[in-house]
Design a protein around this ligand. Structure first.
Ligand SMILES: C=C(O[C@H]1C=CC=C(C(=O)O)[C@@H]1O)C(=O)O
Length: 433
């Protein structure tokens, strides 16, 4: 008899009761499960080594608008440990009407309870099965359990690509920046983020496991994620937190303004100092900070942040960063706040409506989940949400890689183009020509 049947044989839950069955498992390399992604309709993988929460969520609890009036956690683990794990996972696209079918495999906005989650928090590892009433899937539970028992070593596969020549060329993109500057000079916009899409053709089969692990190795201080729906996979290594919440404390940040890195330590520090003193970059980041503070002030009268930004150093780029934390009241609703704060001027612009319209008219691709939101939360008011930048979409034999830049008064098109090149690097460098 399986563990689930063992536990549930004397229980009779009605179909409005959500059950989360936690089975402690031996420490495993969770990302090895990614190799089995293609066996499932959808998977959602999220690795935050900083917060020490890593998980892969597999499939969904049936109904779209899931209704449950009670929630039962079955486990022999203390409540403090259980509180740290996701109940809902999901994503939200960058708001826009779509012009193409590029993102058709993804909904506009989807927060759902996964059927299974294999998760790690610190030294705690669990296989979690969520289901309504008695509708557990014993077979799949046992199968996943067997996968977590397997000792698997990760083999990297070399991935080759060809550049698609029909890509927006450099001149064309710089013209878009000029037209943004035009709007800014006429005071019609204060700031707008213009993005590029680089399209590559995969010469061999896409290997998510290799890609994911290379991102884990290369991109410290980033959240490594992948969202697979039907035949599409959106993935990336994002440095940008939208917000995280832990009971009554919310943490967020203003991340904007960029400069390249140098392998030479002295030169790298010099570049960082330049960024900290550049009025155009400081202005670009301050606009993000002011926007976040204005939204947050509706929810909190206790907001803390540093007046002077810090430097956040990533592999190929450094940014200006202001960390913000605030105490919020018990009426705070996670998704309501998310819909209000996103998109910030770090990926959209100011005023927001004008910037959205400009982006829609100017960019000749759909952003979809690029610059959208990915994250998780639970009903203990714990969760984290990140902005889907430094990311790519794999669909059939195409890889679409995205990067954008904030345009403000004083932006120089050539420099902005170079900035998109360094932001594309973490993903492009994984594929050889
Ligand atoms: C929009 C992107 O980055 C944002 C985050 C940090 C710095 C940015 C910048 O300097 O323009 C952007 O606002 C992107 O990477 O596609």
């Amino acid at each position: 008899m399986s563990t689930i049947t063992n536990y549930l044989k004397n229980e009779n839950f009605n179909s409005n009761t959500l059950i989360s069955f936690f089975q402690r498992i031996e420490p495993i390399n969770i990302n090895a499960i990614i190799n089995h992604s293609s066996e499932f309709e959808n998977t959602f993988t999220f690795f935050n080594s900083r917060n020490k929460i890593n998980f892969i969520a597999i499939e969904e609890v049936e109904s779209k608008n899931i209704f449950f009036n009670s929630h039962n956690r079955i486990s022999n683990v203390d409540k403090n440990t259980l509180e740290k794990f996701p109940l809902f996972v999901g994503y939200k696209k960058f708001i826009s009407k779509s012009k193409t079918n590029l993102w058709d495999d993804f909904s506009d906005n989807k927060w759902y309870i996964p059927k299974f989650i294999i998760a790690q928090n610190d030294n705690d590892y669990f296989l979690i099965h969520n289901f309504l009433g008695n509708m557990y899937d014993e077979e799949k539970f046992n199968y996943l359990n067997s996968l977590t028992n397997k000792k698997s070593s990760i083999k990297f596969v070399e991935q080759r690509v060809r550049i698609n020549k029909s890509d927006i060329d450099e001149l064309n993109w710089k013209e878009k920046v000029k037209s943004a500057l035009n709007k800014i000079n006429k005071n019609e916009l204060e700031k707008v983020v213009i993005a590029r899409k680089v399209e590559l053709e995969l010469s061999n089969e896409f290997n998510l496991l290799t890609t994911f692990n290379q991102l884990l190795n290369n991109c410290n201080d980033c959240i490594i994620f992948s969202v697979k729906e039907s035949n599409s996979i959106f993935f990336g290594a994002t440095p940008e937190k939208l917000f995280s919440i832990n009971k009554n404390i919310i943490n967020t940040e203003a991340l904007a303004g960029s400069i390249e890195r140098s392998k030479n330590e002295t030169e790298d520090a010099y570049l960082g100092n330049q960024l900290l003193r550049d009025p155009k970059e400081l202005n670009e980041q301050k606009k993000v900070l002011d926007y976040i503070l204005s939204i947050l002030s509706n929810y909190s009268s206790d907001i803390k942040f540093n007046e002077i930004p810090f430097i956040k150093k990533l592999n190929s780029v450094q940014h200006l960063q202001t960390k913000i934390n605030a105490t919020i009241s018990s009426e705070f609703e996670i998704l309501k706040f998310l819909n209000e704060i996103h998109p910030t001027p770090a990926v959209c612009g100011l005023p927001k409506e004008g910037a959205l319209e400009f982006i829609y008219e100017t960019e000749d691709f759909d952003r979809g989940l690029y610059a959208g939101v990915i994250g998780w939360y639970n009903n203990f008011n714990i969760g984290e949400f990140y902005v889907g930048i430094r990311s790519a979409l794999q669909k059939e034999n195409k890889l679409n890689v995205f990067a954008g830049c904030g345009i403000v008064e004083g932006s120089i098109p050539e420099k902005e183009f170079f900035e998109t090149e360094i932001k594309l690097k973490p993903i492009l460098s994984l594929f050889s020509l």
